[in-house]
Design a protein around this ligand. Structure first.
Ligand code: ZN
Length: 558
């Protein structure tokens, strides 16, 4: 068979028309997207081969569109969705990357928006500018056949290791809601039961088992309970006076207790001896204690014993409370368990309560206990980080202040705030709004041993505001500038050498509480602030500017 020009380009070992038949068979019809994808695969293979200097390598594929493109890859390479060598990212860009499985080096082929104008039929189809019924299918195919090599661009890329390594399935348990096996790393219940499933099930099982099962417990009249072991704590509540367990779970009931039980208005009790099958149920006190132990990270401690099914968790030292919010949510997804905490990044004192955990029912089904415990096996939920006594350098910038035309109020405000955290000022300087003066000021702070430099003003985009520029020229790194917090949007956080930098905008002069109050404890706890950390502050980042400020007992920054 002789090859005609019309057969070009060759796709795999097929001529163009043969490829069209092949696509028809595999995809259901000869979709233009798969035809385009076929040429893109060929382009990618050719460039990967050049990149690897002709050496044969095992490659994986990444398609950035869910439609058509993955089929071209599956048709023409050993990579399929099912064998995991083809990954599909839902980015809705018509781009394909082939990369060395081991090194991550690869080539990305994409439809280049700057090159499609000369192909009007393709342009209209690709940009969705034409009705399908008005589409000239033959003309479109022809433009793809002759044009794809021209309107696709190629770039060298690296696929990071985290993306290349297969995510291990890890521990598998039965979902306590649907009872289907699922990897515990997905959370306390399977992703389907978390609400991600698009399907409505008519099987009665899932709905029924979201309601907690309880063991059949036999009521025993108190008179008949003497000698038995109590199954639950019993509380006597005298309004306004006391609330606490008078009888504890595990306690043997003696004849002498009858009077007290009657006094409390108790006619019946549950006994441990009557529990149907101990293997299937875990008592609330055992549940709470086991959870509390697993939840406590550094700087936290829990009560020595559970009371009425609940264990309180406290700070073991002064510091900054950090809550692993994702794990907390995953844990609380398990039916029948709960943990409530204070907000992450709260400043706490030793012995202050930070959280409480308990089981909801008196007896938790063991399956739910195992699932919740598996979540906690991945790590603790809270920790309290110590906050250091920083050596602070205060650098006030402003020409008017420097010349004494305006009296500086900043240093006093900053000093008051850092004193509240037992920090000392090791250097305090006012410099004019001049690049070299600010840079010299930074150096003076560093030389004085400052490990936290707080600079004021000069952080906006005003051309006279040169503080930020000076900080950058002084070697600013890890910097985040611009926070979704009001007041305090022009805040800056970063590092210069071993010192943390906190740039406080002028609003701190007029407002009692600003972004500075949110950032200072984090910096003293040694935490950096990433763009993502900053972005999270937007939700709750609006100060209500109350006449009388009650921060931190208010929603600001929570
Ligand atoms: Zn489930």
């Amino acid at each position: 068979m002789s090859e005609t020009t019309h057969d070009l380009p060759r796709i795999g070992n097929m001529g163009w028309n043969e490829f069209i038949d092949h696509v028809q068979h595999f995809h259901g019809y000869a979709a233009p997207g798969v035809l385009l994808g076929g040429i893109m695969v060929e382009i990618a293979k050719k460039h990967l081969n050049q990149l690897m200097h002709g050496e044969q390598v095992l490659f994986d594929a990444l398609a950035e569109a869910t439609n058509c493109l993955p089929d071209a890859v599956q048709l023409l390479t050993p990579c399929t969705y099912g064998n995991g060598w083809l990954k599909v990212a839902d980015l809705n860009r018509y781009a394909l990357t082939l990369y060395n499985k081991h090194s991550g080096e690869g080539v990305r082929v994409f439809v280049d928006g700057s090159k499609i104008d000369p192909y009007p039929t393709f342009y209209e189809w690709f940009m969705n500018r034409v009705d399908k019924k008005d589409q000239d299918e033959n003309k479109l195919r022809e433009e793809i056949r002759v044009g794809a090599e021209h309107f696709c661009s190629v770039e060298a890329v690296t696929v990071p290791e985290a993306f290349r390594t297969k995510i291990r399935k890890g521990r598998v348990e039965l979902c306590p809601v649907c009872n289907e096996p699922y990897p515990v790393r997905d959370g306390g219940i399977c992703r389907g039961c978390q609400g991600y499933s698009p399907i409505h099930s008519y099987s009665p099982q899932p709905a029924a088992s979201t309601r907690l099962q309880a063991p059949e417990l036999k009521k025993v009249a108190v008179e008949d309970a003497v000698g038995g072991t109590l199954l639950h704590d019993m509380t006597q509540i005298i309004p306004g006076e006391s609330k606490g367990p008078v009888f504890k779970a595990g306690q043997k009931i003696s004849a002498g207790d009858l009077c007290r039980l009657h006094e409390m208005g108790r006619r019946n009790v549950f006994l441990r001896e009557n529990l149907p099958d101990n293997q299937e149920w875990v008592h609330e006190n055992d549940v709470a204690m086991s959870f509390a132990k697993a939840m406590c990270g550094e700087g936290t401690s829990h009560e020595a014993e559970a009371k009425e099914g609940k264990v309180k968790i406290s700070a073991a030292r002064d510091g900054l409370l950090i809550v692993n919010e994702e794990r907390l949510e995953t844990f609380n997804l398990v039916p029948g368990v709960m943990c409530a905490t204070r907000h992450s990044y709260s400043v706490v004192k030793a012995n202050e309560a930070i959280a409480g955990t308990r089981a909801i029912p008196l007896y938790l089904p063991r399956s739910a206990f195992i699932t919740a415990s598996a979540v906690l096996e991945q790590g603790s939920i809270f920790s309290v980080l110590p906050m250091r006594k920083a050596k602070v350098g205060i650098l006030v910038t402003g020409t008017e202040v420097f010349r004494g035309l305006v009296q500086d109020k900043f240093a006093a405000i900053i000093t008051k705030k850092i004193k509240a955290y037992n920090c000392d000022t090791v250097h305090n300087e006012i410099v004019p709004d001049e690049l070299d003066a600010v840079k010299a000021g930074v150096n003076n702070c560093l030389n004085a041993g400052a490990d936290l430099i707080i600079t004021t003003a000069g952080l906006s985009v005003d051309p006279d505001d040169i503080t930020r520029k000076a900080l950058i020229e002084s070697g600013l790194t890890h910097d985040t500038f611009g926070f979704p917090v009001l007041p305090g949007a022009m805040t800056l956080v970063g590092r210069i050498k071993n010192a943390q930098i906190l740039g406080v905008p002028a609003c701190a002069l007029f407002h009692k509480t600003t972004a500075m109050d949110l950032m200072l404890p984090r910096l003293l706890a040694g935490l950096g602030v990433t763009r993502r950390d900053a972005a999270k502050l937007g939700h709750g980042g609006l100060c209500l500017e109350c006449k009388s400020c009650t921060y931190p007992i208010c929603p600001f920054g929570k």
